[in-house]
Structure formats: C-alpha cells, structure tokens
Design a binder for this molecule. Structure first.
Ligand code: DSN
Length: 413
C-alpha cells in the first residue's frame, strides 16, 4: 500500500517538509540535498538485510549482493580520497569518532582536540560527552587573528604527551596545515586524526588539502559537502585496519545499514564525476561572495573570513543574539543555525553567532549573483529581526526566487 494511503499523517508531514526544503534557502553548512539516485538507494530493499561482519566474512547467510554493494562503496571511497583502508559501516560521525578512540586509545590516554567554541565538535572531547569521561581531552584554540594556534598545539603536545592529535572542525572556516600537525605529532610520538565531516566533498574534489595520505586516521560523515546519505566513514592507514574494523564491529555496532551503504556508494560515484569538481569549486566561490558582502555590510566574521564552505558570524554587533537571528531568518524562509563564537560569553542555546554555508544552495544551482541577493535578505532580516511584516515580505521574495531552482520536482509522498 502507498505511504499516502496507509499513513497520511507521515505522508503529509513529509510533503510539508518537502515544500519547506523547496521554498526556502537552506544555509546550514552541514546540510545538503542528495540526488534522486541516492534517495532511491537509501529507500531500497537493502534495508531488509542483516550482514554483521565485512565483505567476504559475514555472520549471516545471503550476503552475496550486500558484499558487492559494500565493496563498491569501499573501493570508490578509496579512489576518492587515496585511502589505504576504508570502513563504510559507521552509522554517523559521532560513532565513527568514538570507534577511532576505542581502536587507538586505552582508557585515560590523552587527546589534543579543538575547543568547541573555536570551531571544534562535541565529539572532540567536550566535557558533556561520555568520551570525555573515558579519555583525557586537552583543548587548543585559534589565535586572535583566526588561525589555528599551531604554537599552542605544539606547546600542549610537548607538555601533555598526547596519544592522539585531532584536527578537523565543524565551525572553523580556514584551511588546515596537516603537515605541520603531523610534524608536531611525530615529535611527541602521537597518532594523527582528522575529522573532515564538513569539508569531505571539497577534499574529494581537490578544492581543499587532503589529510588522508598523511594522517593515521580520517573520519567523515557522508551527508554534508560529500552530498550522500546521512552516515559515517573511517579511512585509515593499513596498519590500523584491524583495530578500526574491530572497534566498529563487534566493538560498538551490530548490523550495518546496507541501504545507507548502497546510497554511500552512489554518492561516491557521483563525487568521482568531473561535474562534482565544478560543484565543489562553486561552493567555495559562493562562500567567498558571502564573505565579501557581509564584510561590506560591517559584519564581524570569525577567523577573518572563509577558505571553505562556511562562515561563522558574530551577529551581536548588530544588536541581536544568534538565537534571535536564527528565528528571524526562519520567518524569512532562510535556515541557518545559531552558533557559539570563540570564547562566547553567551549560553549555548542563545549564543552570539550564526553559522551559515553554501553547499545546499550550490546544489540547487545558485551562483555568485544569487549570493549577493541572499546576503541582502539576511542583512535585512537581521536588522529588522522584530518586524514580522518585513520578515514576511522577505519570505515572499525568497519563495518567489526559489521557484527558479527546482528541487525534487517529481517527488510526492
Ligand atoms: N551537527 C553537525 C553540524 O551541524 O556541524 C556536526 O555534527
């Protein structure tokens, strides 16, 4: 029976969500729109199959075709990033990071990771997380001029002798000097880990530096700039293969989600196409226009600007909090997320900044001139954050504008 006949409540909610995605401007930098081929694989019959283990070594019968699917995902990921070994089973980014800690560290050992408010991630050792109770996370920061503080990392590495140095961020907008990190790690005998969840698509396309050939382990999600299904992945040197695979299964997970793995394989095939390079280049061009236009309007950009797909903006100088800006922009059909700025004195649920990016808009085909219009709408929404009439007027303009960029035109639930 069709979903719409069997479960109208879910079908109607999905159709309303589709309309929201179609008629708004999606600027959360970790979100994207997958292709119809990826959606098809994700909704496929591969969801029916249990397949604990790895291709060729499963604990269940009937895995012949599942092996084909998972091996294709692995081979394509290896080709995309130049990885010696890939595990495509992690359910998402947080479980992928946890699996690496489990694989490489003994309880109590030390990890150097970036402070959350400086662009790091919760799973990189924030005190509210469980891993922070198991391992000793020491946090480094960025400098006042917005660089990763490599001198601080070096000093902390010499002082704390970490087992693992962790880079790769969720709100940091600049390039990372992986060679410098590797040099520091080698000096103190640490392993290296990069979490490239946000920038994986830019790396795959050659638009940002690739840590995979240099680092011990690289984790990623597959649904951000890489434009695949919601999921995770671990790449590592062959020497860590056994430990990583064991940590994922049976260490932390049971049956892999093979429908998601099929969709990952499709997304990797797409990312290997020459057109994906154009896409990644356009993501960065679009982000640069945002940088220039926000600076021209007097906004304070964290880290001085952007080398990737995202911007972290202090909106408090415009008289609103991050939470107020997020709400006002929602009313104007522009979706961003409130975000802490470095050493923010405001609380996490209403910080001083917003984080926004271009991957989803670029998937819809928007280019530099469109970004200029969008910054004007964002600026107007922020300076008129309490004027519901003005926000409704912007929403009408945004909704008319998005009609020029069709999204899933044939999809009905
Ligand atoms: N929630 C993701 C993001 O928005 O960056 C990271 O896990």
């Amino acid at each position: 029976m069709k979903l719409s006949q069997y479960d109208p409540e879910i079908s109607e909610a999905l159709n309303r969500e589709k309309t929201r995605q179609q008629t708004g401007l999606e600027m959360i930098p970790s979100e994207n729109f997958v292709s119809e081929a990826v959606l098809e694989a994700l909704g496929s019959i591969a969801t029916n199959k249990y397949s604990e283990g790895y291709p060729g070594k499963r604990y269940y019968g009937g895995c012949q075709e599942i092996d084909v699917i998972e091996q294709l995902a692995i081979d394509r990921a290896k080709q995309l990033f130049g990885a010696e070994h890939v595990n495509v089973q992690p359910l998402s980014g947080a479980p992928a990071n946890l699996a690496v800690y489990v694989a490489l560290l003994q309880p109590g050992e030390t990890v150097l990771g970036m402070d959350l408010s400086h662009g790091g991630h919760l799973t990189h050792g924030h005190p509210v997380t469980h891993p922070a109770k198991v391992w000793n996370f020491i946090r480094y920061k960025t400098t006042a001029s917005g660089e990763i503080d490599y001198a601080d990392i070096e000093a902390k590495a010499r002082e704390h002798k970490p087992k693992l140095i962790l880079v790769g961020y969720s709100a940091y907008s600049r390039e990372i000097d992986y060679a410098r990190i590797k040099q520091i790690a080698d000096e103190v005998g640490a392993l290296t880990m990069a979490d490239i969840a946000h920038i994986a698509g830019l790396i795959a396309a050659g638009e940002m530096a690739n840590p995979v050939p240099l680092f011990d382990v690289v984790t990623t999600t597959t649904h951000k700039t890489l434009r695949g299904p919601r999921g995770g992945m671990i790449m590592c040197k062959a020497i860590h293969q056994k430990a990583i695979d064991k940590a994922v299964f049976p260490g932390l997970q049971g049956g892999p989600h093979e429908n998601v793995i099929a969709a990952k394989a499709v997304a990797f095939k797409e990312a290997l196409e020459p057109t994906f390079k154009d896409y990644a280049r356009q993501i960065k061009l679009n982000a640069k226009v945002l940088e220039v236009e926000f600076l021209a309007r007097g906004y304070r950009l964290m880290f001085g600007g952007t080398d990737n797909h995202l911007l972290l903006i202090d909106v408090s100088t415009k008289g609103v909090t991050g939470g107020e800006a997020e709400k006002a922009l929602d009313k104007a059909a522009i979706t961003v997320n409130k975000n802490a700025i470095p050493d923010d004195t405001r609380p996490p649920l209403d910080p001083s900044g917003i984080r926004l990016g271009t991957p989803a808009l670029t998937t819809r085909g928007m280019k530099e001139d469109d970004m200029k219009k969008i910054v004007e709408w964002i600026d107007q929404a922020i300076v008129n954050a309490t004027d519901d009439g003005k926000l409704a007027e912007i929403r009408r303009e945004v909704e008319a504008f998005t009609k020029n960029f069709p999204l899933y035109p044939n999809l009905e639930y």
